[in-house]
Design a protein around this ligand. Structure first.
Ligand SMILES: CCCCC/C=C\C/C=C\C/C=C\C/C=C\CCCC(=O)SCCNC(=O)CCNC(=O)[C@H](O)C(C)(C)COP(=O)(O)OP(=O)(O)OC[C@H]1O[C@@H](n2cnc3c(N)ncnc32)[C@H](O)[C@@H]1OP(=O)(O)O
Length: 192
């Protein structure tokens, strides 16, 4: 339960409908985009966050804080930690619902410092859906899945059409990504 103030979700919601092709519990999720700062292998100083589907359709992610992620000497930058939660929560929405969506709002509650060299274990869950609004939350534990909670986060993702990415982003890179997904036989319909 997040200590961030106010009721959550803030509006009446429907239970999320897990997509029939959502990966089964235990499935390790690869990077969704090699150049993604959150999970991409091609971003040297990125987070290299790795995720797997948990029981009860949670998503478990982890990343190790490096010196490239510092704010104060020896400590993770708060915005960087927020980025990790954006990634983990986005992965939760994308992989469990198979709905293209973008972050509308992201709230974080920093409860303990996160030192360089520590690993953050993030457990994320779907909290409910209201129309295009998808409510998600997550807790980040220090150095073990049951370690002390360092960060809580909650977010509203807004479902969008695929044209959101092709109109506002880089259509050529998007087509390359779709091709990679086809090659890897990922079950995600990038162009539904
Ligand atoms: C990203 C991957 C793409 C490739 C996919 C490939 C593979 C996918 C597989 C798995 C995915 C895995 C991982 C993904 C990991 C990370 C993802 C990172 C996600 C991001 O990092 S993404 C970047 C940051 N993000 C933005 O760049 C958004 C900029 N923004 C906009 O583009 C518009 O702002 C938009 C579209 C949000 C809405 O615009 P719009 O015109 O379509 O709709 P409108 O404004 O009418 O809102 C409709 C309803 O949402 C409510 N609403 C809107 N905004 C709200 C807010 N802030 N708070 C609370 N509620 C909000 C309204 O109140 C209304 O609610 P109601 O229906 O009840 O009236």
């Amino acid at each position: 339960m997040s200590p961030v103030s106010g009721p959550w979700p803030p509006v009446p919601v429907e239970p999320p409908e897990i997509h029939p092709k959502a990966p089964a519990p235990g499935t390790e999720l690869g990077a969704h985009f090699a150049e993604c700062f959150g999970c991409g292998d091609e971003v040297d100083d990125g987070l290299h966050l790795r995720s797997a589907i948990g029981e009860g359709y949670t998503v478990h992610s982890k990343f190790t804080v490096t010196s490239a992620h510092q704010g104060a000497p020896g400590l993770a930058h708060g915005g960087l930690l927020a980025c990790a939660f954006d990634e983990a929560l986005g992965s939760t929405v994308g992989n469990l619902l198979h709905r293209p969506a973008v972050t509308g709002k992201l709230e974080t509650d920093f409860r303990r410092p996160v030192p360089v060299g520590s690993t953050l274990y993030i457990e994320a869950r779907l909290d409910g859906v209201a129309g295009r609004k998808i409510y998600v939350s997550a807790d980040g534990h220090l150095d073990a899945a049951d370690g002390p909670v360092a960060v809580n986060a909650r977010a509203v993702f807004i479902a969008v059409g695929f044209e959101h990415f092709s109109t506002h982003g880089d259509p050529q890179a998007l087509e390359k990504l779709a091709e990679q997904h086809r090659r890897n036989k990922r079950e995600w319909d990038i162009n539904p």
